[in-house]
Ligand binder design. Structure first.
Ligand code: FA5
Length: 338
């Protein structure tokens, strides 16, 4: 019988080693360790052994056989569970690397790109960046800029007013959507002492009908310099340096006499398109003494220049876009070109 036990154990261990699936291992377990298994059958014959010592020894041998085969089965089962799990993970794994390679990264809006590059150019020229609110007071947007109530120049800005209720007349609240970034000049002068060298990019609003060069919501970058002995030559030099840095070679610019209530003298800044036509980019001039006073700056001691350029127009100029509205319709065929 000892030989039978040894043979049963050897056979079981051999099968366990060769088992390739969990089903196979469970079958071996049942056939070896189960109630009707080989070892159980051998155990049932123990009662037929008359010699009590021999029966005890065989009983111990059988118990060891159960333990040895059970341990081998447990070990192999754990291995198979592991193998099956890794096979499943492998099979279900999503290969994301391919999708990553194909992913098409978008880019910032052309106006945002121009905005950021303009900031870089002016910071390079020694300016700092300032900002002001989009909802402005009539005082900051007009009055302090030498356009008191009834000033005819107000009519050039088709203003969107903020009302508290529908019975109000437009303008009653004293609040509006800023029509230009020039109110930031006033806020900066009131908040800081000269010398001042700032640019203020931002969004502005006018009741303008969209066309190839106009949008009702657009962007400007304001510049303000207040220091001792600032002259028109400093303004011209700054604009020249900025044009070269932002547009690069091949673009020509010109200053043409103009009128703004908040600068004296005033000029319009134009840039020549590659096709030879000129586009107005913004206004500029020497800050009017009344504006310096409104900002709490003594015009006897300080002088300054200011400019306000349309960022959207700069973006279209740089990329040779013929219609400003194209930048706002989000046609992917257009966007992908940049
Ligand atoms: C002004 O807004 C003055 N505040 C500029 C200024 C600042 C002059 C400081 C002197 C000193 P103007 O209304 O011309 O000026 O607008 C300036 C620029 O904004 C225009 O030259 C143009 O480039 C741009 N712009 C004006 N209206 C629109 C519009 N509807 N859509 C797109 N760009 C516009």
């Amino acid at each position: 019988m000892t030989d039978d036990i040894t043979a049963a154990v050897d056979a079981a261990l051999g099968r366990v080693e060769g088992a390739a699936t969990l089903e196979a291992i469970e079958a071996i377990s049942a056939e070896t360790l189960g109630k009707k298994g080989v070892l159980a059958e051998l155990k049932s014959t123990l009662s037929k052994v008359d010699d009590i010592e021999e029966r005890k020894a065989l009983g111990r041998a059988l118990n060891q056989a159960f333990t040895a085969v059970g341990a081998a089965i447990d070990e192999r089962r754990a291995q198979l569970v592991d193998e099956e799990r890794s096979a499943r993970v492998q099979a279900e794994r999503l290969d994301l690397t391919e999708a990553m390679h194909q992913a098409n990264r978008g880019h910032l809006h052309l106006v945002t790109q121009a905005w950021q590059e303009l900031e870089d150019v002016f910071v390079g020229l020694g300016f700092t960046v300032a900002e002001g609110p989009e909802v402005e007071t009539d005082w900051h947007n007009f009055e302090a800029l030498n356009m008191g109530e009834g000033h005819p120049a107000r009519g050039e800005f088709d203003t969107l007013f903020i009302g508290h209720d529908e019975n109000e007349r437009p303008g009653d609240s004293g609040l509006l959507l800023r029509t230009h970034t020039s109110p930031v000049q006033i806020r900066t002068m009131l908040e800081s002492e000269p010398p001042i060298y700032i640019v203020a990019p931002g969004r502005v609003f006018r009741r303008d009908t969209p066309d190839a060069t106009h949008m009702p919501v657009f962007h400007q970058i304001e510049g303000l310099v207040v220091d001792r002995n600032i002259s028109m030559a400093d303004l011209a030099g700054t604009i020249e340096a900025f044009t070269r840095a932002f547009f690069g070679e091949g673009f020509t610019s010109r200053l043409r006499p103009s009128y703004f209530p908040f600068t004296e003298p005033s000029a319009e800044f134009d840039i020549r398109r590659p096709d030879g036509s000129w586009l107005e980019l913004g206004g500029c001039g020497m800050v009017h003494p009344e504006v310096l006073r409104a900002g709490g700056v003594d015009p006897e001691e300080w002088s300054g220049f200011a400019f306000g350029f349309g960022i959207d127009r700069m973006a279209v100029m740089r990329h040779g876009i013929t219609d400003i509205r194209d930048m706002y319709v989000n046609d992917i065929r257009f966007i992908e070109q940049f």
